[in-house]
Every structure is written in structure tokens, then in C-alpha cells.
Design a protein around this ligand. Structure first.
Ligand code: ZN
Ligand code: ZN
Length: 305
């Protein structure tokens, strides 16, 4: 059974609010871990989590804006706000990586003094477990609700978990070997990995912001629905799709006999529009009607009827 769009919106809104509360709790845990140990790596990890709070607020704002219904200023809706938030998240990840690199550099140059490291590791590890559980939940819910902002946030949280694991390993090695420079060094390596994740998230959102087409599977199913419901028409061609958050805009040309009345052509259009919109969740279809001589039977994407 399909979930009502309004249920999905409120569900995502609730997730985003819990997200902020969890992010704040994790920051506090990680900051205490740094305070008791004096580890540069643990400090960097706490800073990175602080960025999570900022990005969680961005995700919430994006969901508020993107779930607003279409209005006269934005007749196609506000769905793309989520892509902007996802790009903002990518930028914040980059900022966090740079902050970690700066701390790591000063730790390498001036050295670090580690104390109560076991307690610091234990506190940081418990924060990481909370993050890992919540990150997988965010990616799952964001994917099923088609919210790029939530998915980006979940991916960002995973980089946070990776940070914690790297930091804990670095700190443990530094203690076991007595080579305290390992603490900032491993933090620097983790920062580079985070930078790479941020780059990927930003690039993906940018591509979608530039009207990315639906996946080949969805385009195939659109052609399938046109084939089975296009009775009376001759051909469909120039099928174009563009994604905007949870909305998918679909348009194509429908070739009908030139002698067909507007009434008859309109019945076919309504049937096609309704069946596509029923089959593909979040889709909005616009059809342009043409007479026979406009047919493009040799075009690769054309659907003969
Ligand atoms: Zn055409
Ligand atoms: Zn109509």
C-alpha cells in the first residue's frame, strides 16, 4: 500500500528534528572525550560533529521549504531546496576537513600531551555507536522518502563514524607505541577521506540541480506505460524527464491522426497522464499533441503505438 505524501513529509520532518537532538548529544559526548584526554584527534572529531548540528538544521529548513505546495512564484513546487541543502552539507564537510587538518598540523608541529586516554576513547566510541545506528537509519528513511537532504546527512554521519574509528585507532596506537605524533597524523588522514566524501555529495547534488534525467529503469517503465495505454495514438517521441527532489517532471510528444478531434486526443492524453502518474510516484506529466507528419519513427527513443 502506498504511503500518503503528507505522511512522508511529516515523517521526514520528525526524523530531521530527532537528527538535531542526536547530533547535539554526540557533540557533547565527543567534547567531553577531548576535555578529559587532551587528544588533538578527539578535539577534531568533536568539531566535525558540531558541523553535523549545522547541517542537520540545514536539512530541516530544506524539508520545510521543499514540502511547501506550488504557488504562483514557484508553480513547479519547491522541491529543489533539498538539493541546495545537500550542497550546503557538502560544503560544511569540506570546512570540517580543513579544521581537522589545521589541528593535525599544529599537533604534528608542537606535539600533543595525552592523558586519561582510555576514558576519552570510551566516550568517543559510545558517541560513534550512536552515530552509526542513526546514520544507517537516515540513509534508509531518506532513500524510501526520496529526500536527498536526509540521505546526504546520513552519508555525512557515516564520515563522522569513520572519523571516530580512525581517531580511536590513532589514539590507541599512539598510546601503545609512545609515538604521540600518530594521534594528529591519523586525524589528518581521516580529514582527507572526509574531504573526498564531501566532494562526491556536492557533485551529485549539482548534477541533480541541473535537471538530471530519471534513471534508465524509470524511463523504461514510462515507455512501457505509454505502450499499453496509448491506444488510438500513433507514436510517442521526444520523451524528456527531469528530477526535482521527490517530484519527477515528464513531457513528451504524442502523434495522433491529424483528423482526430481535440476531444478524442484529449481523452488519450488524460489516460496516459493518469496511468503514468499512478505508476511513477511523484510524477507530473505534460503531453504535446502532433499530427502524423511530425512522427519520428527512426528516433531511438520513439515509442510506436
Ligand atoms: Zn514532436
Ligand atoms: Zn486536460
Amino acid at each position: 500500500m502506498a504511503t500518503e505524501p503528507r505522511d512522508i513529509e511529516s515523517k521526514i520532518g520528525n526524523i530531521a528534528r530527532v537528527n538535531i537532538a542526536i547530533a547535539l548529544a554526540v557533540v557533547v559526548l565527543k567534547y567531553i572525550a577531548y576535555e578529559v584526554s587532551g587528544s588533538v584527534a578527539l578535539f577534531s572529531d568533536a568539531l566535525e560533529s558540531l558541523v553535523n548540528v549545522v547541517t542537520a538544521v540545514a536539512a530541516l529548513a530544506a524539508i520545510r521549504v521543499s514540502s511547501k505546495p506550488a504557488d504562483s512564484d514557484h508553480p513547479f513546487g519547491h522541491h529543489k531546496a533539498e538539493f541546495l541543502a545537500a550542497m550546503f552539507v557538502g560544503a560544511m564537510i569540506a570546512v570540517a576537513a580543513v579544521l581537522i587538518l589545521i589541528k593535525a598540523y599544529s599537533g604534528l608541529v608542537y606535539g600533543v600531551r595525552l592523558e586519561n586516554s582510555a576514558l576519552g576513547i570510551a566516550l568517543n566510541a559510545s558517541a560513534a555507536v550512536v552515530n552509526a545506528a542513526w546514520a544507517s537509519m537516515l540513509v534508509k528513511q531518506g532513500t524510501s522518502g526520496r529526500s536527498p537532504a536526509l540521505v546526504a546527512d546520513g552519508h555525512h554521519l557515516w564520515t563522522d563514524v569513520i572519523t571516530s574509528v580512525g581517531v580511536i585507532i590513532g589514539l590507541a596506537l599512539a598510546l601503545l607505541t609512545g609515538w604521540h605524533f600518530l594521534d594528529p597524523l591519523i586525524a589528518a588522514i581521516v580529514a582527507l577521506n572526509i574531504l573526498w566524501m564531501g566532494y562526491k555529495i556536492a557533485m551529485q547534488s549539482m548534477s541533480r540541480l541541473l535537471d538530471q534525467a530519471a534513471s534508465p529503469e524509470i524511463e523504461r517503465s514510462i515507455r512501457g506505460v505509454i505502450e499499453t495505454n496509448g491506444v488510438g495514438a500513433r507514436e510517442a517521441h521526444d520523451i524528456r524527464t527531469r528530477q526535482a527532489g521527490r517530484a519527477l517532471f515528464i513531457e513528451f510528444h504524442l502523434v495522433v491522426p491529424g483528423s482526430m478531434t481535440v476531444d478524442e486526443a484529449h481523452v488519450i492524453c488524460d489516460r496516459l497522464e493518469n496511468s503514468i502518474e499512478r505508476t511513477i510516484e511523484g510524477s507530473e506529466v505534460v503531453i504535446h499533441v502532433e499530427p502524423e507528419y511530425k512522427a519520428k519513427p527512426d528516433e531511438s527513443g520513439a515509442v510506436p503505438l
